[in-house]
Structure formats: C-alpha cells, structure tokens
Design a binder for this molecule. Structure first.
Ligand SMILES: Cc1cc2nc3c(=O)[nH]c(=O)nc-3n(C[C@H](O)[C@H](O)[C@H](O)COP(=O)(O)OP(=O)(O)OC[C@H]3O[C@@H](n4cnc5c(N)ncnc54)[C@H](O)[C@@H]3O)c2cc1C
Length: 445
C-alpha cells in the first residue's frame, strides 16, 4: 500500500476519488479500476474493521459478489443459507429463496469485519489506490450546491489518523460513499426527505449451538414482558462460525417511533428467543451496537457538476427489508458506469445519467416500498396481514420475491403480476395523494 505522502505527491489528479470503503465505495472503486481508470479509495478505518450490520447477504448481494469475482472467498469466510424463516402472531413459515434467471437461490451470512476488506482489496488488486486509516475531512475547491444539484469539489483534504498528517487528494470526479451519517454528502448539500421512512436498528453477537442453520430468521412481532406487541421486528442470522447475529429494527413511519428505545426492544427480543437459541449473559459476546438505515432514496440530490453520492449516503436501503449491502454495490456500480462515460467522452454532463439510471432501477419499486411500510407500520394492519399471510405459503413466497427485489422481468408469475399492479397504482397516484391515502404520520417521525 503506498504511503499518504506518496499518493499526495502525485502530479496528476486521479480520475476518481472515492470517500468510504464500505460496499458502495469499494464496488465503485472495483468497477472503475476494472475498466482501467485511476481511482483513489479513502477509508478512515483500517481493515478488518467492525461495522454494525445484520451481516446478511441476500441473493441480490451474492450476485454482485459473484460479478466482482469474490464468491469463493466469501464462501470461505461466510455461511451459505437457503431462505427466510418468518415468525409472527402465532404462525411461522420457511421460504426458500426463489429460482431466478440472474440471482442465485441462496444467500450468505458473513460479518462485515470479514467482508468489507475483501471488496476493497479486490479493487486494489485491479489497480485502485487504497488509503486506509485516512479520513476525508474537507472538500477541495468546493462550489456551492444549487437547487436539485450537489455542490462541486476537486477532491478532498485528508488526515492520516496515526500521524496526524494532512494532505490533498485531487480527482477529476469525487464520489461520496461515506455511509448513513454522510458528513461529506451533507457538505455537498444533501438532505433527507423527512416524510419518507427511516430505519433504526441494533445488533449483538451470541454464541449458539444453532449457529449453522440453513435459514435466516425474522420475527414480525416483538413482545414486552406483559405479552404486549411493541413496534419493531427482530432477526437471528446464523453465522456458521459458532455465532449468531441477533438484532432488532424499527421504522420511523410508526407513530410510536419516538418513544421506543431500541436497547429495550433488543432486551425483549432476546428474552423472547433466549430459550430456543441459548441466548443469555454467558453466550452474549458484548454490548449491542446500533445505526440508522436511510432508505427509499430519501437522500438527495445525488449528482453535482463533478460529484456523486452512492449507497447509504444516497439513502439506497430497501424499505421493504432493510437490505443495504446489495444497493450499495449496485449504486456504486451504476456510478462507476456513468463516470466511465464522462471520463471517456470528456463530458461531465454524463453524470446526469446516474440519476436517470437510479430512478429507472429503483424509483417505482421504492415508491411501492415506502407505501407498503407505511401501511404495515400500523400495528392492527400488521397483525392481520402477518397472522393471515404466514398461513398462506404461496402468498408469502410471492411477497418474499417482491420484498427482496428478486422478481424476474421475463417471468409473469404472481409476484411479478402483483408487483406490476402495485407499480401502476403507485404511478397513477401522485405522492401527495399517496400520503393522504396512507395517513401522513411523518410529523411524529
Ligand atoms: C443494525 C444494522 C443492520 C443491518 N443489517 C443489514 C443486513 O443484514 N443486510 C444488508 O444488506 N444491510 C444491512 N444493513 C444496512 C447496511 O449496513 C448498509 O446499507 C451498508 O453498509 C451501506 O453501505 P455503504 O458503503 O453505503 O456505507 P457503509 O457501509 O457505512 O460504509 C461507509 C464507509 O465510509 C467510511 N467513512 C465514513 N466517513 C469517512 C470519511 N470522512 N473519510 C473516510 N472514510 C469515511 C466508514 O468508515 C465506512 O467504512 C444494516 C444496517 C444496520 C445499522
């Protein structure tokens, strides 16, 4: 790995400077380096590093892992599983991942401690310059944001954590993939649409004899010690290495969002599943940690004159299921594609294609998802739907394909037909009317 001084001493700017080596930044770096562009990927932590996550890769993530040539090494460190087991309101159901022409019918669980460095190093092996332990602290030659557009920048000022050394890293283009808090994104002018849902989640690790089960579990009702349902959902993801990842999540659409303490929610959930999974003080591997999930493309703008945001910094988490890794990889790859076009043509206006492609890929889907989560965050609706739904396996299989975004363009099965009907409805109803239809609870969010 080159030193910061060596990188900063370069005479030419990089084609692209990327801030953040999570799934989005590393995938963007991989695809750019793979195409032969000069890239500098800047990460404030050093790998391997912890990242609070459920550690679940759906078939959609696995597809991107395969495309980056990483499946063998992920399989080595991870645990392959076959589907989702859901519990709620007295019912439970096992659902295998669907057969699909593109996506595999399996997923992996793998800790982010093990996963994220693999992708960053893969980008490096194709020629990307990786700087770790180096934080981007400011923009170089920043130009102000305009309505609907990010500001511009000619790179970033960085600070090396171990030495305190500062330097400038210049690039023709700057990509911001610095995660849910996205300090640099905000410096470029991003803001979150607060009327759209936001997730909040917490997870901890436990040892468990059931660490190598072939299902990931989701619990759609969490109960307090009196047996009352509290807002939120829980998961147990077996990691295959002696541990399970146990976590809870909550959506800001629920009226009770503000009063809920996720630590308390995790306590209730652990108590509820303790016996079945052997969760107790002895098997607990440390305090749970939490984070936010900016979802449904709620953060914008995403494009500036020389700048793009990707992954959580652009709010790409899927509101249906809280999955963000696949969308980090995908948005990083979409960004790499338009940057390649801008660099090849010498025309920065190609960056506008990123917005078009993001909207084409996720716009309708996320509109449906946002409406769906508003509906199910109404406890009465949730209990009726889950209680009835989990007893009808074919219906739930279709819903699984929709919620994990694993529908097929070529297939005209019930999931695709049902989803297309929802899209047509979402397209026909303007945002404003949608909000009225579903009740605008955002003021309490
Ligand atoms: C509790 C929880 C559970 C989750 N479970 C799942 C799950 O099971 N499956 C799933 O698909 N998704 C899950 N998610 C969502 C997923 O973790 C995120 O969507 C995903 O990590 C987004 O990737 P990213 O690259 O955009 O951001 P991040 O993964 O956050 O990466 C950003 C990187 O940028 C670095 N960085 C930040 N600022 C700077 C700076 N100034 N300079 C240099 N580097 C910087 C950070 O250190 C970090 O490495 C979960 C999230 C939470 C909070």
């Amino acid at each position: 790995m080159p030193t910061l001084q060596e990188v900063a001493a370069r005479l030419d700017p990089f084609d692209v400077v990327i801030v953040g080596a999570g799934p989005s930044g590393s995938a963007c770096a991989y695809w750019l380096a793979h195409a032969g562009w000069s890239v500098c990927l800047i990460e404030k932590k050093t790998f391997p590093r912890e990242k609070t996550c459920g550690d679940g890769l759906t078939p959609r993530s696995v597809h991107q892992i395969v495309e980056m040539g990483l499946e063998d090494v992920v399989a080595q460190h991870g645990h392959r599983y076959q589907g989702l087991r859901s519990f709620g309101f007295g019912a439970s159901l096992e659902m295998k991942w669907p057969e699909h022409p593109i996506f595999p019918n399996y997923g992996y669980t793998i800790t982010r401690f093990n996963l994220d460095g693999l992708v960053a190093e893969r980008a490096q092996s194709f020629g990307a310059t990786l700087l770790t332990g180096v934080e981007a602290v400011d923009l170089i030659d920043a130009t102000p944001a305009r309505p609907g557009a990010l500001g511009g920048a000619a790179g970033v000022v960085v600070k090396e954590k171990s030495t305190g050394t500062s330097a400038e890293i210049r690039g023709r283009y700057l990509v911001v993939g610095d995660g849910q808090n996205s300090r640099l994104g905000r410096a470029l002018g991003t803001a979150r649409n607060r009327e759209w849902p936001m997730g909040m989640a917490l997870r901890g690790y436990y040892t468990s004899d059931r660490h190598d089960e072939p299902w990931i579990d989701s619990h759609l009702d969490i109960r307090d010690p009196r047996g009352e349902v509290v807002p939120g959902y829980g998961w147990i993801f077996p990691l295959g290495d002696g541990r399970v990842n146990v976590g809870v999540g909550l959506l800001s659409t629920g009226g009770a969002w503000k009063g809920v303490n996720t630590t308390k929610l995790q306590e209730y959930f652990v108590a509820q599943t303790a016996e079945a999974w052997g969760l107790n003080d002895e098997t607990c591997l440390g305090p749970a940690t939490g984070g936010r999930l900016p979802m449904g493309l709620a953060i914008g703008p995403r494009v500036g004159p020389t700048t793009l945001t990707i992954g959580d910094a652009a709010g790409t988490v899927n509101p249906f299921n809280g999955e963000g890794i696949a969308y980090g990889y995908e948005s990083g790859r979409l960004a790499a594609g338009v940057l390649g076009e801008a660099l090849s043509s010498g025309d920065a206006s190609a960056l506008a294609l990123y917005d078009e492609r993001m909207d084409a890929a996720y716009g309708d889907y996320y509109k449906v998802a946002r409406a769906f989560v508003r509906l199910i965050s109404e406890p009465k609706i949730l209990s009726v739907c889950v209680g009835a739904g989990l007893r009808i396996k074919p219906l739930m299989n279709e819903l699984l394909a929709i919620m994990a975004n694993l529908m097929s363009n070529d297939n005209r099965g019930p999931a695709e037909v049902g989803y297309r009907a929802m899209v047509r409805l979402a397209q026909a109803v303007p945002d404003e009317a949608y909000r009225m239809l579903l009740g605008n609870r955002s003021s309490r969010a």
